[in-house]
Write a protein that binds this ligand. Structure first.
Ligand SMILES: O=C(O)CCC(=O)C(=O)O
Ligand SMILES: [Fe+2]
Length: 237
């Protein structure tokens, strides 16, 4: 099943996804992970050998909950997700770079991009699994871990809102220049994903493109346990 994950990603409706990303900055992806795959990923949480570090969010005042960074080499399914999403997102990343007046130099494939990270001493793998229990939340933040970063990341919901937990909506806040910020509340079905900007995005104005800054987080989980899988493309210092 996981063998075909890259193919399944390739066969998503990318022209529409690219258009949605250009228009609203983020795009939902239909259910891509079946129940078994969600359970397979959630089960890794209890196996220390998969992870390079565990973060208690309260300790750093990041929120309330815990997350773990997967160790390289990633489990096959996660590797396929990371490698599968990268090429299409790199096209949008480069289009956005041009719109913002920067050099469009994101390489076409993930291994080439990872080489760039490694050259800048960003060597540690970043895909992560997050677990929030009742009262858990994630403060608005950005996942930047060095000078090299990829402008998109993807998050997958591993269990089911209203069945396994309540509350715990995904939050995306867009800070516009010289204007008030705009918030988006996003809920995902089990196995579905969301592509969102890591740092900022171009928005078309009357005189060309301007840049908005985005932060993401999670609202308070009011009951149960919420699990998510985060695919970050750049490695960390
Ligand atoms: O748990 C969530 O939905 C937020 C995950 C997150 O912060 C990330 O994937 O970077
Ligand atoms: Fe994050």
């Amino acid at each position: 099943m996981s063998k075909s994950m890259k193919d399944r990603i390739t066969s998503l409706d990318w022209p529409t996804l690219q258009q949605i990303l250009d228009e609203q900055g983020y795009a939902k992806i239909p259910v891509l992970l079946d129940m078994d795959q969600c359970h397979e990923i959630m089960k890794t949480y209890e196996q220390a050998s998969y992870f390079r570090s565990t973060i208690n969010m309260a300790r750093y005042r990041f929120g309330e909950g815990e997350y773990k960074y997967y160790q390289a080499p990633l489990p096959e399914l996660l590797l396929q997700l990371r490698e599968g999403f990268y090429p299409e997102l790199a096209k949008t990343a480069n289009r956005w770079q041009e719109q913002l007046g920067h050099v469009a130099d994101y390489p076409a494939t993930l291994p080439e991009f990872i080489k760039q990270c490694h050259r800048q001493e960003q060597l540690r793998s970043t895909p992560l699994i997050l677990k929030y229990e009742m009262g858990g939340y994630n403060c608005l933040h950005q996942d930047l871990y060095g000078d090299v970063f990829f402008p998109f990341q993807v998050v997958f919901s591993l269990n089911q809102k209203e069945l396994d937990y309540t509350g715990g909506e995904f939050l995306l806040v867009e800070q516009r220049p010289r204007a008030q910020s705009r918030g988006h509340v996003i809920t995902l079905e089990q196995g579905a994903g969301l592509i969102f900007p890591t740092n900022n995005r171009p928005v078309k104005g009357t005189r060309g493109y301007y840049r908005t800054t985005l932060r993401h987080g999670v609202s308070t989980v009011t009951s149960g346990t919420r699990y998510t899988l985060g695919i970050i493309f750049h490695d960390a210092k």
